[in-house]
Write a protein that binds this ligand. Structure first.
Ligand code: URA
Length: 441
């Protein structure tokens, strides 16, 4: 087999065999296929697509490229949650203790990605001394004992994805349905959960700008998961404006704690209840979604969800006092309010631009080597549909460098579109993709 022929076949729009896809994945992972051929191949896939069978074959080849986490020593149905990525998404910090408090074991292992802000792993580092690099034995023991553990990846899960994703990132081939689906699902399947809830975002701050594309992406991922015996569902959710108010690591952790105290923003709370409810149903801890939501609300109201977060922080060496005393978190040296020139109803807050502003401040990683500044970021004061009057604050920027503050301010103020007309309320949850059924709201 020759890589040249495989590239040519896909370039000309033909379907690839399982063996050809495996040849590419194995050869690129072990270094016998060079970047230039892999780039050409990815661009051919980008333009000519892969069908369902090819996408499944690609996912399986990527899954088989590395280690698989064995969670069989953890009792109960392990349910994982994955978001396709959005601005201000801090749902895992809320859902891990919340769902664990309801009795669903949460064994969360994830990597450090690139992005506008850090990933979940980075955000948990906001709690001083919280150890993410824990041995697999402790990880499993903690889940069995307190119901939840969060760790940075130990084994080499889906190494093919790491190499392919890095190349996609620099060859403008990220935004393809088969490539995204195989990338996410190879990692999820390698992470060992029995069931998976996928939060598939759509809107300006998401990979899938169009709702129909988000449903298509969810459908193929659900088919891949269910096809290998992992009960998987996809929840399609809005990412036309940032989720909640906070964007930035410490700032998002504080907002997540507020949400566990029952004082979080409405959109973030609603999304967590929806995703958490599906996790409870898949985990066999609730009979239906409404019953599950009531359970989750009770756990928030009674303080049990917050207690579970404290247990998690303490079990991994962190200081749970941070949860009651936000002054203990790292602080930015520059804190300034942001105003707009226009007055009226906020029609749009371009998530992508808010994310860029956070990145400029240092909240995320531009390259793998970038250092994250945990304290910086943005807290919005207004959301889409709100009225902003003259001299009314729309956001606060937290920075540690004046030049970066100025740059972020310029990007952020352009993210707002304000007009003198009221805005129709948009649905946060757009629909659910089940194995044999799609519900659109
Ligand atoms: N997240 C991933 O892990 N992979 C993609 O391709 C896109 C989002």
């Amino acid at each position: 087999m020759r890589m040249y022929d495989i590239i040519e076949k896909k370039r000309d729009g033909y379907k690839l065999s399982k063996e050809e896809i495996e040849f590419f994945v194995n050869g690129f992972t072990n270094g016998t296929i060079p970047d230039y051929q892999a780039s050409a191949f990815l661009m051919a896939v980008f333009f000519n697509q892969m069908d369902k069978e090819e996408t499944i074959d690609l996912t399986m080849a990527m899954l088989e490229s590395g280690d698989k986490l064995d969670l069989s020593k953890i009792e109960g149905i392990k349910v994982d949650k994955h978001s396709t990525g959005g601005v201000g998404d801090k749902t895992t910090i809320i859902l891990a203790p919340l769902v664990a408090a309801a009795g669903v074991p949460v064994a969360k292992m994830s990597g450090r990605g690139l992005g506008h802000t850090g990933g979940t792993i980075d955000k948990f580092e906001s709690f001083d001394d919280f150890k993410l690099n824990i041995p697999e034995e402790k990880f499993i023991a903690d889940v069995n004992e307190i119901g939840v553990a969060i760790a940075s990846q130990t084994g080499d899960l889906a190494p093919a994805d790491k190499k392919i994703y890095a190349l996609r990132d620099v060859t403008a081939t990220v935004n393809n349905l088969s490539l995204i689906a195989s990338s996410i699902m190879s990692k999820k399947l390698a992470s060992g959960a029995d069931a998976i809830v996928l939060d598939v975002k759509t809107g300006s701050g998401a990979f899938m700008k169009e709702e129909d594309d988000a449903f298509d992406l969810a459908k193929i991922m659900v088919e891949i998961g269910c096809g290998v015996g992992r009960n998987t569902i996809g929840v399609i959710t809005d990412m036309d404006e940032p989720l909640g108010f906070a964007v930035g690591n410490v700032l998002e952790v504080i907002e997540a704690i507020d949400t566990l105290k029952g004082e979080g923003p409405k959109d973030l709370t609603d999304l967590c209840l929806e995703l958490g409810a599906h996790m409870l149903v898949l985990g066999g801890k609730a009979s239906d979604i409404e019953d599950a939501k009531r359970t989750l609300e009770d756990l928030i109201d009674s303080g049990k969800a917050l207690e579970k977060l404290k247990e998690l922080i303490a079990a991994q060496g962190g200081n749970p006092e941070f949860i009651e005393n936000y002054e203990m978190f790292k602080k930015a040296s520059i804190v300034k309010d942001i105003y707009l020139e226009d007055e009226g109803f906020i029609q749009k807050i371009e998530s992508e631009e808010v994310g860029k502003a956070a990145l400029v401040l240092g909240a995320g990683r531009e390259t793998k080597e970038s250092e994250i500044d945990l304290a910086v970021g943005i807290v919005l004061s207004k959301k889409v549909g709100d009225y902003v009057g003259q001299a009314e604050r729309v956001a606060t920027i937290y920075a540690n460098d004046l030049d970066k503050f100025e740059e972020a301010k310029e990007i952020l103020t352009k993210a707002y579109i304000v007009e003198n007309k009221e805005v129709e309320e948009k649905k946060l949850i757009k629909g659910i993709v089940y194995e044999n059924n799609i519900v659109k709201y």
